[in-house]
Ligand binder design. Structure first.
Ligand code: SF4
Ligand code: F3S
Length: 394
C-alpha cells in the first residue's frame, strides 16, 4: 500500500521532478499540484500522487497517436489552450504526442514516416486519439490524408492500439458533419468499430483536462476509467450540468432571464427560459471551465445557455432556444439557497462560487485549488460586508 503521510507523499512525487521540467518553467510546486490534483479529480486517494508522478514521467510511457479527420480543429485548439498548472508543455509532454499534424514540426512524408515508426515501435501500446468524424460514404473519399482515406488510416492504427479515445462530438458520434443532409456519411469511431471499446469524450469542443485525466488514469493504472452507458468517463460525464451549475439556486428560486440583455440576464439568473440544455446534458463544464481564463469561463458562466454540445440527441438537432425537459427539479442538497436578507450582490456571487466548488468535489478537482482560493476571497468579502452592515449608524 502506498504511504499516506503527506510529507512522504510529497517527497515521493518530487523524486520524479526533472531538471528538464525546471528548464521549461515548471516549478516543483506546479508538479506537486498537478499530481495531487490529478489524483483528486480521478477519485484516487492522495497516496496515488507518486504513482501518477511516475507514470507521467516514465520515459517508456505509451505515446499518443492523434488522427485528425472531418472537423473544425477546435479539439486540438482546446488542448493547446490548456495551461493548468501553468504548464502547457507538461500537458503535451505528459501525453507524449508522437503524431498530431497540427502541432508537429515535421510535415508530409517526414510526418508519415514518424507516425509509421512510432506505430511499429509501440504496437499494442499506443493510445489512439481520433478527432473529427469519419466519412464512410463512397468508400470514404471525402477525407484523404497522405493519399489515404480516414478509413484506411484507421485500418492501420486501430487494431494495434492499447486504448481508443474519440475526442469531441464529431469523433464520438459524427457531430456537426453528420447533421442532415450528412453528405459524407459522417460517423463516430465507435460506430465504425462497434466491437472495440472506445472512450468517448464528446463536447464541441471537449475540455482538454478530461482528455488529460483519462490518459493519466490509463498510464497510472493501466486500465480504462469507469465508463457510463455511452462509454464516457464517469468522472467527467457522470453528473448533469444542471446539478452543478452556479446559477442553479436561481432556478430553484424561480429567477430566470427572460430575454438576452434583460435585468435577469444581466444579474446572472438562470438561463432555462432562453433554452439552456443543462438539465439534460452530462458534462463537468461548470467545475472545470475552459482555458484557465478565470471563474465562469464556460458557456453558462459567460451568459449563454448550454446547447448540449456533448449530447448526441440534443446538439445540432434540438433548436437552440427550445426549453429542455427537467428531470431533477429538487434542489441539490449541497447548494446554498439564495437568501434575500443577506444582500443580493454578495449572495449571487456566493452561490456561484459555492456551486463551482460543489462541481469540483463531484469529479473535477483540477481547478479545485483555484476555486478554493476564490472562495476564501469571497468569504473575506462577505465578512467585510457583514461587518459594514453591523456597524451602528452614526
Ligand atoms: Fe444552470 Fe441552465 Fe440549469 Fe439554469 S437551466 S441552473 S442556467 S444549467
Ligand atoms: Fe457544451 Fe453545454 Fe458545456 S454547450 S461546453 S456541454 S455548457
Amino acid at each position: 500500500m502506498p504511504k499516506t503521510d503527506p510529507q512522504d507523499v510529497n517527497q515521493q512525487v518530487e523524486a520524479h521532478f526533472t531538471p528538464e521540467m525546471e528548464e521549461r518553467g515548471v516549478s516543483r510546486r506546479d508538479f506537486l499540484k498537478f499530481c495531487t490534483a490529478m489524483a483528486a479529480s480521478l477519485a484516487m486517494p492522495f497516496s496515488f500522487a507518486p504513482a501518477i508522478a511516475q507514470a507521467v514521467t516514465d520515459p517508456k510511457r505509451p505515446p499518443v497517436i492523434w488522427l485528425h479527420f472531418q472537423d473544425c480543429t477546435a479539439c486540438t485548439e482546446t488542448l493547446l489552450r490548456s495551461f493548468h498548472p501553468t504548464v502547457e508543455q507538461l500537458v503535451l509532454d505528459t501525453i507524449s504526442v508522437d503524431y498530431l499534424e497540427t502541432i508537429m514540426a515535421a510535415a508530409g512524408h517526414q510526418a508519415e514516416a514518424a507516425k509509421e515508426a512510432s506505430l511499429k515501435e509501440n504496437a499494442g501500446n499506443y493510445i489512439l486519439v481520433v478527432e473529427g468524424s469519419i466519412p464512410t460514404k463512397d468508400d470514404g473519399i471525402y477525407c484523404k490524408i497522405a493519399g489515404k482515406t480516414a478509413l484506411e488510416h484507421l485500418e492501420e492504427t486501430v487494431p494495434n492500439a492499447g486504448a481508443l479515445i474519440a475526442i469531441g462530438s464529431c469523433a464520438s458520434w459524427g457531430g456537426i458533419p453528420s447533421s442532415a443532409p450528412d453528405p459524407t456519411g459522417a460517423k463516430g469511431l465507435s460506430e465504425v468499430y462497434p466491437g472495440e471499446t472506445v472512450i468517448n469524450l464528446p463536447g464541441c469542443p471537449p475540455n482538454s483536462y478530461n482528455l488529460l485525466q483519462t490518459i493519466v488514469y490509463y498510464l497510472t493504472l493501466n486500465k480504462l476509467p469507469d465508463l457510463t452507458d455511452k462509454s464516457r468517463p464517469k468522472f467527467a460525464y457522470g453528473t448533469l450540468i444542471h446539478e452543478n451549475c452556479e446559477r442553479r439556486p436561481h432556478f430553484d428560486n424561480g429567477r430566470f432571464a427572460e430575454q438576452f440583455g434583460d435585468s435577469g440576464h444581466m444579474n446572472g439568473w438562470c438561463l432555462y427560459k432562453l433554452g439552456c440544455k443543462g438539465p439534460e446534458t452530462y458534462n463537468n463544464c461548470p467545475a472545470l471551465g475552459f482555458n484557465d481564463v478565470g471563474a465562469n469561463s464556460w458557456p453558462v458562466g459567460t451568459g449563454h445557455p448550454c446547447f448540449g454540445c456533448s449530447e448526441e440527441e440534443i446538439a445540432f438537432t434540438v433548436p437552440m432556444h427550445q426549453q429542455s425537459n427537467v428531470t431533477t427539479p429538487a434542489p441539490p442538497a449541497l447548494f446554498p439557497r439564495i437568501v434575500e436578507e443577506q444582500g443580493e450582490g454578495v449572495n449571487a456571487g456566493g452561490a456561484a462560487i459555492v456551486g463551482g466548488i460543489v462541481g469540483a468535489a463531484a469529479g473535477a478537482a483540477a481547478m479545485m485549488a483555484k476555486r478554493l482560493q476564490e472562495r476564501d476571497q469571497l468569504e473575506e468579502k462577505m465578512k467585510n460586508a457583514q461587518q459594514q452592515q453591523d456597524k451602528p449608524e452614526e
